[in-house]
Design a binder for this molecule. Structure first.
Ligand code: GDP
Ligand code: MG
Length: 676
């Protein structure tokens, strides 16, 4: 360099001012030397008084050439004779006679280059986020070509830029970037205005198609970017014109006083010059670590778009089919052949998808297929679950019916009926559930079967309890019938062993009842515990039946008449059963007393259930009084008492009065016979 004076810069900067630095190398490493280099360029103390510009565009479109012409930089330019890519990574120079940092970025080629694409995206995003002006360099004939003009790349770069750096204030004071489109080899037949319109429309379309974060979904392209356009003539064909236009453009970068000055303050990132290296390094780090940047290739992008569309179409038809059975299921119907239907809808949907989508990028095709499967399965899952519920209900209903039908006859084995009804029920459910189950899903029906089993168990249990109750009632009725006669006989013939007879009859009849219960209980599959309770109930009821019978025989009226009969037999009839005709010389008094005393002895005899043979005595457990609020607790010892003390006295008195009447009558009859 031949020592041009550099306005306002420190003296010895001249040597260093043309130095270049590779900011990011091929290994994607950010340089450690940028901060030193900025100092060597003499910009360390420039404060905000500097600018940054970067370039973006396809390979070999003259980017480096343009930068060198515009800014007097020393970026490598492709050697015409070798025609190979020169710029690797990101390079930076200081512009000649301007406080401008210029970045030359490895070109993109719009084709797929695997690993390289990653760098394209990252470097593009980096330059977009870090510079005030991004020169978008493109051939005139690339305008309007989505692929050729890197518009696809721009889309992903915009997208990630929005995600990473989009939450800046909307007032436009900060974070705005100028996209300067430089259209190369402009022939002039298409006016710049038309080219501008085409590119702008393309950009707006790209912007609309971005996947924007929710909170930024209303943001416009113009909230973040200004667009400017310029065209340059053909460098080889019209070199003079090219040079003139480049010089023009240069003044727009250099001259603050020009009305079309490009470095507007609002594009400035407001980072003091001594912090710019760290700022850029941070941006590179964010860009590097951002997962969203592991971006799909163009082919994948297209595949994603198309596979989504194809999947949506397949899903549409599927949804219509699935909807047809939604209502019946919701209405509680068990849909015949549901599994077969669902399987066919699913197969059809996949076939439709496969037919059209399998031609696209294999990875995307497979991923979207998995997504489709997921959607299909989760749409079918409620039908499956609904079917299970309905099946459950239906099976339970027919279980009950089969059970009831089985018990219509007189002789049946409850256990057999239940077990056969249960088998029918479970078989039907299992078959139905298996029919509805689709392969390759995580659906299960076993849980529902378990619920059904539980309900069947509890229905059967309840039924068994009801049946047992009925059976006990039946046995109780039989008991009452059988015990009535022997009791009447025993209780109508007062004798010292009256209670022995009563209790013997009771025991025999009860034994019969118990064994009849046990025989039947076997068929009911009653548990040991249930048998114990049932037998206790049976004994208690039998005893109460006995007590009721005793009460019949010992009610006041009945018992008094029993005593009267007993007394009359002894007082009014002689030992041969012949009615007495009292004569005056008869000893009425002692006859009367004897008969009365004998009759009165009936009261203590009947007053307690007390056999002579003590082994005949019945012993039953009383109800637990402590925790029962019931009024009629069963107090066994109390039931042994037929007449209480008061009752005994009451009966005694009543009977005495009756007997006295007989005595008076007897006396009168003798007086009458004397008087005749
Ligand atoms: P880069 O890869 O985009 O940086 O492109 P270079 O600046 O290295 O240039 C690539 C080739 O294009 C070189 O041979 C240049 O001479 C040539 N070139 C530079 N500018 C122009 C231009 O405006 N028009 C044409 N047709 N060729 C150019
Ligand atoms: Mg280059």
């Amino acid at each position: 360099m031949n020592g041009h004076a550099l306005n306002g810069l420190t003296g010895d900067a001249g040597d260093a001012s043309t130095e270049r630095i590779q900011v990011v190398d091929e290994e994607k490493q950010f340089t450690q030397a940028l901060s030193t280099q900025v100092e060597r360029w003499g910009l360390r103390d420039a404060g905000f008084n500097y600018n940054i510009v970067a370039v973006f565009g396809s390979q070999s479109t003259g980017k480096s050439t343009l930068l060198n012409r515009l800014f007097g930089t020393t970026f490598d330019v492709m050697d015409e004779t070798r025609r190979q890519q020169t710029t690797k990574g990101i390079w930076m120079c200081r512009a000649k006679a301007m406080n401008v940092l210029v970045m030359d970025v490895e070109g993109t080629d719009g084709r797929e280059r695997g690993e390289d694409q990653d760098f394209e995206r990252k470097s593009a995003l980096f330059s977009l986020a870090s510079s005030e002006i991004l020169i978008v360099n493109l051939w005139e004939h690339q305008v309007g070509l989505y692929q050729g003009a890197n518009m696809g790349l721009l889309k992903t770069v915009f997208e990630v830029n929005l995600g990473l750096f989009g939450k800046k204030p909307r007032d436009g004071t900060e974070g705005r970037t100028l996209l300067l489109f430089v259209i190369r080899d402009h022939i002039g037949t298409t006016p710049l205005e038309n080219l501008r319109a085409t590119v702008t429309a393309d950009l707006l379309r790209i912007w609309d198609s971005l996947a924007k974060p929710d909170e930024l979904k209303d943001r416009q392209l113009s909230d973040y970017f200004d667009l400017d356009f310029t065209a340059l003539p053909h460098k080889i064909l019209v070199p003079d014109k090219f040079e003139t236009e480049v010089a023009n453009l240069r003044t727009r970068f250099a001259n603050k006083d020009k009305s079309d000055y490009l470095f507007k303050p609002l594009y400035h990132k407001r980072i003091p010059a001594d912090g710019v290296s760290m700022y850029m390094e941070n941006i590179w780090e964010q860009v590097q670590s951002n997962k969203d940047l592991d971006l799909p290739t163009q082919q994948e992008l297209l595949a994603q778009f198309r596979c989504d569309e194809i999947s949506a179409v397949a899903l549409n038809e599927f949804n219509d089919q699935a909807k047809s059975q939604k209502r019946p299921i919701e209405a509680g119907k068990v849909v015949e052949g549901l599994g077969k239907m669902m399987k066919s809808w699913k197969t059809q949907a996949l076939e439709r998808y496969d037919r059209d989508a399998s031609r696209y990028h294999a990875g995307v095709y497979k991923r979207k297929r998995t997504d489709l499967l997921g959607v299909v399965d989760s749409a079918l899952s409620p039908l499956f679950l609904g079917q299970l519920k309905n099946l459950h209900k239906a099976c339970l209903v027919s279980f009950k019916k089969e059970m009831m039908d089985g018990m219509k006859g007189d002789s049946y084995s409850f256990a057999d009926i239940i077990s056969s009804a249960r088998t029918t029920c479970e078989t039907r459910f299992t078959e139905g559930a298996k029919e509805a189950l689709l392969e390759d899903t995580d659906w299960v029906w076993e849980d529902e079967l378990e619920l059904l089993r539980e309900e069947v168990r509890s229905v059967a249990d309840q039924c068994r309890k009801d049946e047992t109750k009925k059976m006990i009632n039946q046995i109780e009725r039989n008991f009452k019938k059988q015990i009535a006669e022997p009791l009447d006989v025993a209780l109508n013939q007062p004798s010292a062993d009256m209670w022995d007879k009563v209790l013997k009859a009771f025991r025999q009849t009860l034994d019969k009842a118990e064994s009849s219960y046990l025989t039947k209980a076997k068929s009911f599959n009653c548990t040991e515990e249930e048998n114990t309770t049932s037998l206790a109930t049976l004994r208690k009821r039998a005893w109460l039946a006995l007590r009721a019978k005793i009460d019949e025989h010992t009610s006041d009226a009945v018992f008094l008449s029993k005593m009267r009969a007993f007394f009359e037999e002894r007082f009014r009839y002689d030992e041969h059963g012949v009615p007495r005709v009292w004569k005056p010389e008869d000893d009425i008094d002692s006859q009367f007393k004897k008969a009365k005393d004998q009759a009165l002895e009936l009261i203590p005899l009947y007053s307690h259930i007390a056999p002579q043979d003590e082994t005949l005595q019945i012993e039953l457990p009383s109800d637990d009084f402590s925790d029962s609020m019931a009024q009629e607790e069963f107090d066994f010892p109390a039931t042994l008492v037929v007449f209480t003390e008061t009752k005994t006295m009451d009966l005694t008195n009543k009977f005495r009065r009756d007997a006295d009447a007989y005595y008076v009558e007897a006396k009168r009859s003798t007086v009458a016979s004397i008087a005749q």
